[in-house]
Design a protein around this ligand. Structure first.
Ligand code: ZN
Length: 151
């Protein structure tokens, strides 16, 4: 048994990670405390990480777009198949959303329309949506329409 220097709880040795250089070869803080510290750290730096992500997406917009469209082109068959299987296994949910969809049957696929779809029921503002995500959603909608038409 060993006492964690953070939570001061006496714990079984398995509750401590290994650390070369410590007298007993174990971390001073228990695994649980270390996990929580990681979470706190990530939470604290969330703003910074988010803005880093945004910068990255902004700088690599074209590359991301290309990668996504290559991915979709390469895997279109499997994606359609997965979507079809999902629908068969989730008929209730599918029918419900089909009802909602049919109410706005004449939807267009402009960027601003897709942005609205993506931000519905979220705290995200439309300006935060990267272009690559819009392209992805547009493809998703197109695939769903394709499946609907083939049925
Ligand atoms: Zn602890």
């Amino acid at each position: 048994m060993k006492i964690c220097c953070k939570c001061k709880t006496e714990k079984n040795l398995h509750s401590f990670g290994k650390k070369a250089g410590e007298a007993d070869g174990l971390q001073r803080r228990c695994k649980e405390c270390r996990i929580n510290e990681g979470k706190e750290r990530r939470h604290k730096h969330r703003e910074k990480l988010n803005s880093y992500d945004r910068d990255y997406r902004e700088k690599n917009r074209l590359r991301i777009k290309l990668t996504l469209s290559q991915y979709y082109t390469k895997h279109i068959n499997i994606l359609v198949e997965q979507a079809t299987n999902w629908r068969k296994q989730n008929l209730d949910r599918y029918n419900e959303s089909a009802r909602i969809r049919s109410r706005r049957h004449t939807i267009n696929l402009t960027d601003s329309h897709i942005k609205r779809l993506l931000t519905q029921r979220t705290h995200i503002t439309t300006s935060e949506i990267p272009q690559a995500l819009i392209e992805l959603k547009r493809i998703e909608i197109s695939i769903n329409r394709l499946i609907e038409e083939t049925e």
